[in-house]
Design a protein. Sequence first.
Length: 194
Amino acid sequence: MITKKIELVVLIAVTVLILSFLGCSGPESHPVIKKAIKDVNRHEEEIVDLKGKVEKVQSESDSLFEEVDKIKKQQKSSTDATAAISALEQRLTKAESELKAVASSMEDAKKARRKSESQKEEGETKTSKSAIEKPGKTAATKGFYYTVEAGDTISKIASKFKISPEKLIKDNNLPANAELIPKQKIYVIPSGGK
């Protein structure tokens, strides 16, 4: 629309120049020229007004683009935050399951310690100078309590006293996969004992 108005202004200006060149007394004297001059002035005012409106719309447009950029940055930050929260939730879930496993292991260790302490107390009450009788066994079955050291296993202890691991497990009423704890008491009946 602005282009058409500019073309019209140029056309009127050219017409005025041609008429003045052809010998018309002055642009103001001819009614067509007077109307054309008024139209040119009005169109120039409209062009100036439209330029102002274009600048205002351009400014608003720039402002809107800036807001869109801010929103995009906030959205990216929000997405990043959501991903970080999700990663933390996964780590927390893993830590909780590890904590439960540790708590379960601690409970098992406490039970084993209580059992060992109970066995120790039983062993101390049954001690005689010559030998220790295993509870539930006859006096003919003689053995002793061995204190578990760090790194000991049922196999190592059995080998040390030249007995089978199965016999050691049976004599102590232990599960087949029992884990020993340092300072735990294990009843050992050497192969010479019954």
